[in-house]
Design a binder for this molecule. Structure first.
Ligand code: GDP
Ligand code: IMO
Ligand code: MG
Length: 430
């Protein structure tokens, strides 16, 4: 029986979605689908000691025969896509072209979107504050989509029309860059020629993702929908304005891929055993970077952004924000990652309430903490099953489950592909 499972982040991104998706992709999975975001995502896969980061291509692609689908909700930079294909080829995956399927309706992310993103961040967004974006043009590309002036990848099929439409759009971008942001403009012909030069390899990848999903369903396939970013970066429900420009919640897995919402069978939420954030914005349970625990989390967790290399801010797990993320995504089960990073801490804190606010994740309230005992060095990393976890770790997990009201079904205990304890596989139907 077919099973469509959404896997998404419940914090501020970088929860370990890529590793988890790679791990649960087995013979039941015929395709993995991206439905939102762009190459602001950085999903890390570590297989036999080799680390690679994918930005646009879905994480199941390392498994032979598994298809990678990119739905129309994803903003696509051909350059970033080419870089992913190159990364995969370097790692011995050479048949990506046969397995990749991109919706022709994907908005085309241009170098001028990137220039606008960076100019705006330098100046402070729309006259307000800088967001700490990845600077890759994601926001401006989604803005153009909403304003109905973006070019879609499929328009590359008609080079004459493409040239004229791109010229109009870039005229507008250049006007903004020069007159509003006092930033350098881009050469329209150069950008157009560069885009058109990608047609040869890009056009054969375009096909109807929505139809592919109908067929996969009819074939009884397992399909994973791979979220990018995390619930607290969601455009509507995150810590606005310090958010990304797409809808990252489970609801958008359907519309961003062109699949009917009733065909989603389950939602798995990925959450770190603590919390990190890269970029600006509120973070109630943040620790001072050079405090002993702040340093422990940062160093043990190697908390550097996979896309920008920026240092990630670290803190305790915020159960109030997590419970809300579980609710807005109708999460069925949790995948808890990086539990090994807590090894060796003598005590742990869990944020369980906010002082003087009404569970508002958009402010930076004072958290109220509950203290839990830690466990010894190396104990999680060496556990081969959930039952082998130290008692203190099991109690910590139970408290999380009890607070948010859903079970922890997968526990990731290290960055390598095999390092994951499975309590219940997302494709189990019992
Ligand atoms: P994503 O964007 O959600 O796919 O996550 P990233 O790849 O940006 O960041 C997660 C980081 O944590 C990567 O460096 C992973 O290799 C690493 N990682 C994932 N799971 C675990 C885990 O269970 N333990 C440890 N120590 N590292 C992990
Ligand atoms: P993955 O999929 C972590 C953050 C940026 C910034 C905000 C807006 O790897 O989890 P944007 O460039 O999207 O306009 O930036 O969102 N951000 C991420 N943080 N992981 C990501 O993706 C992110 N994608 C965007 O740092 O705060
Ligand atoms: Mg990431």
């Amino acid at each position: 029986m077919s099973r469509f499972v959404v896997v998404l982040g419940l914090q501020w991104g970088d929860e370990g979605k890529g590793k988890l998706i790679d791990h649960i992709t087995d013979e039941r999975v015929m395709a993995v689908v991206r439905f939102q975001g762009g190459h602001n995502a950085g999903h890390t896969l570590v297989v036999e000691g080799k680390r690679m980061v994918l930005h646009l291509i879905p994480s199941g692609i390392l498994h032979p025969g598994v298809r990678g689908l990119i739905g129309s909700g994803v903003v696509v930079s051909p350059m970033a896509l080419g870089a992913d294909i190159h990364t995969l080829a370097e790692n011995g995956v050479v048949d990506v072209h046969e397995r990749l399927c991109i919706s022709p309706a994907c908005p085309l992310l241009l170098p001028s979107h990137e220039a606008l993103d960076q100019a705006r961040e330098r100046r402070g967004s729309g006259g307000n504050v800088a967001i700490g974006t990845t600077g890759l043009g994601i926001g401006p590309a989604y803005e153009d989509r909403a304003a109905r002036r973006v070019l879609r990848i499929g328009e590359l099929r008609d080079p004459v029309r493409f040239r004229s439409q791109l010229s109009q759009l870039m005229d507008y971008h250049n006007f903004l860059l020069s007159s509003y942001y006092h930033a350098p403009t881009l050469d329209i012909d150069e950008v157009t020629d560069h885009c058109l030069a990608q047609r040869e390899w890009l056009l054969p990848l375009l096909s109807d993702v929505s139809q592919a999903l109908v067929e996969l369903r009819a074939q009884g396939a397992g399909v994973l929908f791979e979220g990018a970013q995390g619930a607290l970066l969601d455009l509507d429900h995150g810590t606005y304005p310090y958010v990304t420009s797409s809808s990252v919640t489970a609801g958008n897995a359907a519309s961003g891929s062109g699949c009917g919402p009733r065909h989603m069978d389950a939602v798995i939420g990925v959450v770190k055993a603590y919390a990190t954030r890269v970029g600006d914005g509120p973070f109630a349970t943040e620790l001072v970077a050079d405090s002993p625990v702040g340093r422990h989390l940062f160093e043990r967790g190697t908390e550097y952004g996979a896309t920008t290399g920026r240092r990630r801010r670290c803190g305790w797990l915020d159960l109030v924000a997590l419970r809300r993320a579980v609710q807005i995504n109708s999460v069925d089960g949790l995948a808890l990652t990086k539990l090994d990073v807590l090894d060796g801490l003598s005590s742990l804190q869990l944020g369980v309430a906010y002082e003087g606010t009404d569970d508002d994740v958009n402010a930076t309230p004072q958290p109220v903490y509950e203290e839990w005992p830690g466990w010894e060095e190396g104990a999680v990393a060496k556990a081969q099953s959930a039952a082998e976890l130290p008692l203190a770790a099991r109690r910590y997990l139970q408290r999380i489950e009890e607070f948010v009201g859903v079970p922890i079904e997968l526990i990731s205990t290290g960055p390598e592909r095999g390092q994951c304890l499975i309590e219940r596989h997302p494709f189990a139907t019992d």
